[in-house]
Write a protein that binds this ligand. Structure first.
Ligand SMILES: C[S@@+](CC[C@H](N)C(=O)[O-])C[C@H]1O[C@@H](n2cnc3c(N)ncnc32)[C@H](O)[C@@H]1O
Ligand code: SF4
Length: 263
């Protein structure tokens, strides 16, 4: 019986040998080349105090214990990259809401700086986190670029996307952005176009507000609907019409283009 088992294993190994054959790299050149380069380190902080119904990014409801473990795991991963010989000269922290635990975020950044000279540091945040305390922590951590999720200044859109109660009126967000202009090298506003209940006029109003607020940069995303969000988004904002995308894109480029240079 044992012999038959061994024989069958031997035959199976022979038959599948060609599928399990790995060639060594010619040399270590690939690894060496990678190690000579400097990279951008993307760190994802998936926690949000509340989840927005349209959001297609990886995010989970904030849980303090889980977040503490997550920040500790990030440090371990940073050490692993360092051990592997990788070099980073910039960091982009996206989310989720990276500023959900600002002190812990600053600690992770400081930890990364013990290994590498970080020249550019970009962090995403939400309008309710533009407080003096959080901004102070981000400034002290050396953030150069702060990206604020606005989506729209229109209160109807903010309401239907569950952002009005969380982040305040469009007017308040605009005012707060204006008040922190110049604090970071780059202040970016993230906007979204093509919500079903978003008219051309609403987009035009957003453009006019952006011009007055004077953020340094605007990133305008076309609404992307993931399978998981489709039903909730439909109930809150209506059915997305992708045929409008091109026309709205042109509207934004033509009107925002008067003041901002398109990248
Ligand atoms: C993933 S969020 C993370 C930062 C922050 N929590 C926020 O709400 O801005 C970054 C940006 O992605 C964009 N975004 C999120 N879901 C989107 C979607 N389904 N389609 C297009 N853009 C989206 C929004 O403009 C948002 O500001
Ligand atoms: S849009 Fe921002 S705040 Fe809203 S769920 Fe997505 S990551 Fe969180």
């Amino acid at each position: 019986m044992i012999f038959i088992d061994k024989f069958i294993t031997f035959l199976a190994a022979r038959r599948t040998r060609r599928y399990l054959t790995f060639d060594r790299y010619e040399s270590d050149s690939l690894a060496a080349a990678e190690k000579e380069k400097s990279y951008l380190l993307y760190m994802h902080i998936p926690f949000c105090q509340e989840l927005c119904p349209y959001c297609s990014f990886v995010r989970v409801k904030f849980d303090r214990c889980l977040a503490i473990k997550y920040f500790a795991a990030l440090k371990k991963e940073i050490a692993l990259y360092h051990e592997q010989g990788f070099r980073f000269d910039s960091i982009y922290v996206g989310g989720g809401t990276p500023t959900v635990m600002p002190e812990e975020l600053a600690e992770v950044i400081e930890y990364a700086r013990t290994f590498w000279e970080i020249k550019r540091l970009s962090v995403e945040t939400n309008p309710n986190h533009l407080t003096d305390d959080i901004l102070g922590i981000l400034k002290a951590a050396g953030v150069n670029r702060l990206s604020v999720g606005v989506q729209s200044f229109n209160n109807e859109i903010l309401e239907s996307t569950d952002r009005l109660a969380k982040y305040g009126l469009g007017e308040e967000i605009a005012e707060r952005l204006s008040s922190i202009a110049g604090m970071f090298d780059t202040l970016n506003a993230d906007m979204v176009f093509n919500f079903a209940n978003q008219s051309d006029e609403m987009i035009m109003q957003d453009i006019e507000i952006l011009k007055k607020v004077c953020v340094d940069q605007v990133t305008w995303y076309p609404l992307m609907v993931s399978k998981g969000q489709k039903k909730e988004l439909f109930e809150k904002c209506g059915e997305v019409d992708y045929r409008r995308e091109k026309q709205l894109y042109k509207l934004i480029v033509e009107n925002l283009g008067q003041v901002y240079k398109q990248q």
